[in-house]
Design a protein around this ligand. Structure first.
Ligand code: G1P
Length: 288
């Protein structure tokens, strides 16, 4: 199963992060020294993916620009002999090939994925990664799904257990555990009420899908919030080809949640040995 592309929908408004995101895409908010979306792209790269399909809109060009050369900036860095920084800036431009598709109307995550039909329908399978879910662990989150998709020859989605009071923030699955941490999905519900949730296994923005999803999404009518939900398309895919869920091992930060976003900033800053001790001192001084 050849998986060379990742679809990253980035056309959402980012209302949870206002007013910070009034004129900056939420995907460009920095986590320590890189924008959120760069972590997502790097996770894909570390899983062997080289082509990124951004599902974008008129206000998000800056995301594509981030992964392109900035010749004026590079010339300035070169003139001033800042070769380390020059290398870092160039490396981002050379990371991936970008394909960009406009989602002309914001009709939901399912609609965003359906916009990729022309570039992904001839692939064996492709990844989908939600641009504000950051994940770190032993092996990249999307790699864990790719491994299972290849061995089982089935589409796979990533899940994590969440507390009961948080189920209504997510798509929730139910199914039968066929081997440790792998589930054959029976049912998926988008943002159920706390008491109606079939389980606490939440979809966490990582998917490996086959092109069968495109026919399924065509048959989906507006669901939760009046949007075309990817989760509803996945229910049809589960019935058509079978669909597996993998419990992702690792730590996840939802960049749209301020507490998690700020924790992610500290987590990454603490990995930088030049900053670590100073940062710890300053944080300690803030605590009563
Ligand atoms: C989307 C999906 C939902 C999933 C979530 C993960 O929701 O619709 O099923 O659990 O991403 O981040 P959103 O957060 O865009 O409302």
């Amino acid at each position: 199963m050849n998986i060379s592309k990742v679809v990253i929908p980035v056309a959402g408004w980012g209302t949870r992060s206002l007013p910070a995101t009034k004129n900056i895409p939420k995907e460009m908010l920095p986590v320590y020294n890189k924008p959120v979306v760069q972590y997502v792209v790097e996770e894909a790269i570390h899983s062997g993916i080289r082509d990124v399909v951004f599902i974008t809109n008129r206000d998000k060009n800056v995301i594509e620009d981030h992964f392109d050369y900035n010749l004026q900036l590079e010339a300035t860095l070169e003139r001033s002999g800042k070769t380390d920084m020059l290398a870092k800036v160039r490396a981002v431009a050379e990371m991936v090939k970008i394909i960009s598709i406009r989602q002309k109307r914001a009709l939901g995550l399912g609609h965003a994925v359906a916009c990729a039909v022309d570039v992904c329908s001839n692939d064996d399978a492709f990844a989908v990664m939600v641009g504000d879910d950051l994940m770190f662990g032993m092996s990249p989150g999307i790699q864990q799904l790719i491994d299972v998709a290849r061995s089982e020859r089935k589409p796979v989605i990533g899940v994590m257990e969440v507390p009961q009071e948080e189920v209504s923030r997510y798509g929730i699955i139910s199914g039968e555990e066929s081997s440790p941490g792998i589930y054959k999905i029976k049912k998926l519900v988008e943002k159920p009420r706390i008491n109606d949730s079939p389980s606490r296994l939440a979809i966490v923005g990582r998917y490996v899908l086959t092109p069968d999803i495109f026919d399924c999404l065509e048959r989906v009518s507006p669901g939760h919030g009046g949007e075309i939900q990817l989760t509803d398309g996945l229910q049809l895919l589960a019935e058509k080809t079978g669909l597996l869920a993998v419990k992702i091992r690792g730590t996840r930060f939802d960049a749209g949640n301020w507490a998690e976003y700020l924790t992610a900033n500290i987590y990454f800053a603490l990995q930088d040995s030049e900053l670590r001790d100073d940062l710890i001192q300053r944080l300690k001084a803030l605590l009563p």
